[in-house]
Design a protein around this ligand. Structure first.
Ligand SMILES: *Cc1c(COP(=O)(O)O)cnc(C)c1O
Length: 416
């Protein structure tokens, strides 16, 4: 049985934890920002390292008793440097959103002009959402994708950069299925004297695995969460050029955060070690193969994909032609054990609470060992379910099929 001590001491919590384990095991996880971490990452995160306070950085702490913590944090830093070829790495950010906030706080003044991708074109809420901290603290000018092609419009980026002369250009995406031309961003930034910031939260694992190009060699700052394709614990890291190192470190602590979560940092160290192994390259390339295959199979079933496909782990489908709104699709697929999220599509005529599209991806299913054959199966289940949104008998029948197949693909850390 999992978590025997919790079972004894807190049965009501235990019940929900076991139910969640069952859900993760029996269903198909297609949320592109999710993954299944290894047993080793789970052990680090659930370890006694959570007991320790260690404000400061290795060798410069404000509390005693740091002789082991310093070794652990340095391991995480050195491995991250090796994995991405970074000059400087800060592994303390609690998560992606505070990490982005720290970067802005380090390198900008309040009110400075920054460019980021519009939310409904695939940007993140920390890239200038007007009601968010970034949108209120800085003057964000938002660029978009070409509505015809679904691809980033680099000419528009250049035009807006020339017009607004931003202090920083943010390139990084939460719902964009295509590869990024980092060099083009860097060229435009150089033309107007802007700093370059890449947010590779979604694609860090594909970059580490050599499947996608890296912005690290020529961008000023690169942020990544550690819990998406990188398959580590919930958290983030900031990589930067040496010239920005001091400012970044001071912005994270004491600028924005207090004590670092050393159990999570240990989890990051483990995940970076795993990502440095040769097998991780196979994992990363299979994520993309699965996504490309799933995209093709969905297209054969008359799903309309934004940009008509994918270069990454992520697919964005516009369901307008199927006359199933994104929310209905999400709820219907929940009923058959396929988890994904409703999402706006570029220039969505519907609201973010009830958008036209769905966003899905292959990092989690690939961790379970699923390959092209299962992608055909998943496309088929999705198509059948969305053609039968009111047919509870058919949905129940599909759910049984989903469960049967999922149980033959183990999930690390879950034994029921
Ligand atoms: C997920 C994500 C983040 C934020 O990460 P949290 O850990 O959820 O705060 C930031 N930027 C991008 C592009 C993301 O995809």
């Amino acid at each position: 049985m999992m978590y025997p001590t919790i079972e004894k001491e807190d049965p009501s919590l235990h019940q929900s934890m076991i139910a969640e384990g069952k859900r993760q095991m029996e269903g198909v996880e297609l949320i592109p920002s999710e993954n299944y971490v290894s047993q080793a990452v789970l052990e680090a995160c659930g370890s006694i390292l959570t007991n320790k306070y260690s404000e400061g950085y290795p060798g410069k702490r404000y509390y005693g008793g740091q002789e082991n913590i310093d070794v652990i944090e340095n391991l995480a830093i050195e491995r991250a440097k090796k994995l991405f070829g970074a000059e400087h790495v800060n592994v303390q950010p609690y998560s992606g959103s505070p990490a982005n906030t720290a970067i802005y706080f380090a390198l900008l003044e309040f009110g400075d002009t920054v460019m980021g991708l519009k939310l409904d074109h695939g940007g993140h809420i920390t890239h200038g959402l007007p009601i968010g901290f970034s949108g209120k603290a800085y003057n964000f000018v938002q660029y978009g994708v070409n509505p015809e092609t679904g691809y980033l419009d680099m000419e528009e980026v250049r035009r807006l950069a020339q017009e607004h002369k931003p202090k920083m250009i943010v390139a990084g995406f939460t719902a964009y299925p295509r590869d990024i031309d980092w060099k083009a961003f860097k060229e435009i930034a150089d033309e107007v004297g802007a700093l370059t910031m890449a947010d590779i939260s979604h694609t860090a694992g594909l970059i580490a695995g050599g499947v996608l190009d890296s912005p690290v060699p020529f961008f000023d700052v690169v942020m990544s969460t550690t819990h998406k394709t990188l398959r580590g614990p919930r958290g983030a890291m900031i990589m930067c050029k040496t010239e920005h190192a001091k400012k970044i470190d001071r912005a994270v602590f004491p600028g924005l955060q207090g004590g670092p979560h050393e159990h999570a940092i240990a989890g990051k160290a483990v995940a970076f070690k795993e990502a440095l192994q040769p097998e991780f390259k196979n994992y990363a390339s299979q994520i993309k193969k699965n996504a490309v295959h799933l995209a093709e199979e969905l297209k054969r079933r008359d799903f309309k994909l934004v940009s008509d496909g994918t270069d990454t782990h992520l697919i964005l489908a516009d369901l307008s032609n199927k006359e199933v709104p994104g929310k209905v699709a999400q709820n219907t697929l929940d009923k058959i054990g396929i988890t994904l999220n409703m999402n706006t599509v570029p220039d969505d005529p519907r609201s973010p609470f009830d958008p036209s599209g769905i966003r899905l991806g292959t990092p989690a299913v690939t961790t379970r060992g699923m390959k092209e054959d299962q992608m055909v199966q998943i496309a088929d289940w999705m198509d059948r379910a969305l053609s039968n949104v009111d047919n509870e008998t058919e949905l129940a029948a599909i759910k049984k099929e989903v469960e049967e197949i999922c149980l033959t693909f183990p999930v690390p850390g879950i034994k029921l």
